[in-house]
Design a protein around this ligand. Structure first.
Ligand SMILES: C[S@@+](CC[C@H](N)C(=O)[O-])C[C@H]1O[C@@H](n2cnc3c(N)ncnc32)[C@H](O)[C@@H]1O
Length: 203
């Protein structure tokens, strides 16, 4: 049986993410002259094109700041996305990726107060104290009307992350379950963007 090439699988995942994110954010993300998004623990930032598209539908200009502790992934993200976003017609989003710890976010004065904090495939399950810090600092850094968006690979991890965020004072205002999310063959029980949820911080 012929295998679907990995790049095609990734493209399909991103198409699904785009549809679900647009639906998830629609009632909550208002039109604004400028929007800023902080992509925390972004790895290579494969979803940058999707995020840029959604931001540019809602603003005249936007900036996407990615951050991860893995320098090699951050280098890949910078070299791919700075060039790719520049080439995309009608695109008004700039992007920049830095190597830094998400649990030391408050050390970074240049982050400003983003409109959206985004964490794709958050990893709360793996290290609860560190991810509690990441969530806490992301909420602290967000502007007052800001949105925090997570996606998760599996049910229990999503449930625990949601609980942790609510304990930190976040209010869940929307969620989507993706019943057809692609199962990861090398990680039993996990599938791509299985859950999405959006939170606001308590005023
Ligand atoms: C499950 S991966 C998700 C990567 C990417 N968001 C995606 O969906 O492909 C979790 C990411 O968290 C990053 N990470 C782990 N601890 C971190 C920390 N303290 N600060 C920033 N990033 C961290 C890892 O390097 C990894 O890229």
């Amino acid at each position: 049986m012929a295998h679907t090439p990995f790049t095609e699988l990734l493209q399909e995942d991103l198409k699904t993410l785009e549809t679900n994110l647009r639906d998830l954010l629609k009632p909550h993300l208002s039109q604004k002259d400028h929007l800023s998004l902080l992509n925390l623990a972004c790895g290579r930032g494969d979803e940058t094109g999707v995020l840029a598209k959604i931001l540019s539908e809602k603003s005249k200009s936007s900036h996407l700041q990615g951050l991860d502790i893995r320098a090699a992934e951050i280098d890949q993200a910078n070299s791919r996305w700075k060039a790719e976003l520049n080439k995309t017609k009608g695109q008004n989003t700039s992007a920049d990726f830095i190597t830094h710890r998400g649990d030391r976010l408050l050390d970074l004065a240049e982050i400003g107060t983003p409109d959206i904090a985004f964490l794709r495939h958050q990893n709360f399950w793996n290290d609860k104290p560190v991810w509690t810090q990441i969530f806490d600092q992301a909420l602290e850094q967000l502007n007052d009307n800001g949105l925090l968006v997570i996606t998760s690979y599996f049910d229990k991890e999503h449930e625990l992350a949601t609980e942790a965020l609510e304990k930190l004072g976040a209010i869940q205002v929307g969620s989507i379950i993706n019943p057809n999310s692609r199962a990861l063959s090398d990680a039993p029980g996990k599938s791509v963007d299985k859950h999405l949820a959006v939170f606001r911080k308590k005023q």
